[in-house]
Design a binder for this molecule. Structure first.
Ligand SMILES: [Zn+2]
Length: 342
């Protein structure tokens, strides 16, 4: 059956609150939307609503926040998807001497009180629907990705998502495992590396027919940790560490377990970091996984607006995709409409 690649991009500045909204959100997203439109493909923007909230409340950021809102509306109007991403440390962020100070006590959504979790999820969904239904009356915020993939312990977050009518989560990536400070994820027992499952309310990695949230994981494959040591990634990790003053960071790096030989890490299908051959390689494996299935099969790729550079490799990949008769580029909203899962 056909493969539905969902190219989902986290729409945000750097994790420590640094970086220009113009350079890291507006410009790269315009570049991407231009390329997607050229090919008739749809992008899935995972809008980090907490930072948009913070800058909307700052007088000095009025112009930029309205540019962000019109960009999201423009994208929606053109048929792209916009769904919810949350880094709660932004909700109480303060601008001091031109620098955003995030509230790192609120870094991990699942670690907040139930009341706060519910409030933040509700605010995020309400914000997107208020912004986007005027340009697309059929729009619904139905998918979520947790900031830094932190969705464990999951019970309260999943409840809050369900109660807001959000039906899809895409935070899990098979093999993900990290413990930094009190923040911990363990996705080593994920039900599948790519195919969706109905998530158990007590264990997002487990399939449970009674679950109300569909997990569509970020497609990931195991790779040797040494392969990820690129300067681009090291610089990003160092920036995050500096910003958080060692309170927590590096969630992306798999935990070292035992000897050097066991240093594998889950390499996500990342369309803003991978090369053209890597993108094709992941897609081919996904095509093989989808081939035997009787239903349309989603395959989630992640990206970050902070990582967008020259898009020559992506243009090449899009040409390649056009030649694959069994591969579509879809969105969470688009996949939800054709799937019988939710
Ligand atoms: Zn993020």
């Amino acid at each position: 059956m056909s493969l539905h690649v969902i190219l989902s991009i986290d729409y945000e500045v750097y994790g420590d609150g640094s970086g220009s909204f113009e350079d890291l959100l507006l410009r790269p997203t315009d570049q991407l939307l231009g390329l997607f439109d050229e090919f008739g493909f749809k992008l899935t923007i995972m809008a980090e609503v907490a930072e948009i909230y913070a800058i909307k409340n700052s007088e000095s950021h009025h112009t930029i926040s309205s540019q962000i809102e019109s960009q999201l509306q423009r994208a929606k109007r053109a048929g792209h998807d916009v769904q919810l991403h949350l880094h709660p440390a932004w909700f109480n962020a303060q601008l001091r001497d031109g620098v955003w100070q995030l509230d790192f006590a609120e870094y991990g959504l699942p670690y907040l009180s139930e009341e706060k979790i519910r409030d933040y999820v509700e605010r995020g969904k309400a914000y997107l629907e208020k912004l986007l239904t005027p340009v697309d009356p059929g729009y619904r915020c139905l998918a979520f990705r947790a900031g830094n993939w932190l969705i464990q312990p999951e019970r309260t977050v999943l409840d809050a998502l369900c109660d807001q009518g959000i039906v899809i989560d895409s935070s899990v990536f098979d093999g993900g495992r990290s413990k930094v400070g009190r923040y911990e994820i363990d996705y080593t027992e994920a039900h599948h590396c790519m195919l969706p499952w109905r998530a158990s309310p007590d264990n997002i990695c487990r399939q449970d027919d009674a679950g109300r949230i569909i997990e569509i994981p970020i497609y990931a494959r195991r790779s040797n940790v040494l392969n990820m040591l690129t300067w681009k990634r090291i610089a990003k990790q160092l920036r995050l560490r500096r910003g958080m003053k060692n309170r927590s960071s590096g969630m992306e790096i798999g935990r070292r377990s035992g000897s050097m030989l066991n240093w594998t890490y889950p390499k996500k299908f990342d369309f803003t970091r991978m090369t053209f051959p890597e993108l094709c390689d992941y897609t081919r494996t996904a095509q093989r996984l989808a081939a035997d299935l009787a239903v349309p099969c989603p395959c989630v790729a992640i990206g970050h607006t902070t990582d967008v550079g020259d898009l020559g490799y992506l243009r090449k990949y899009f040409h390649w995709i056009k030649q694959q008769s069994d591969v579509n580029i879809n969105t969470f909203q688009g996949y939800h409409a054709i799937s019988s899962l939710t």
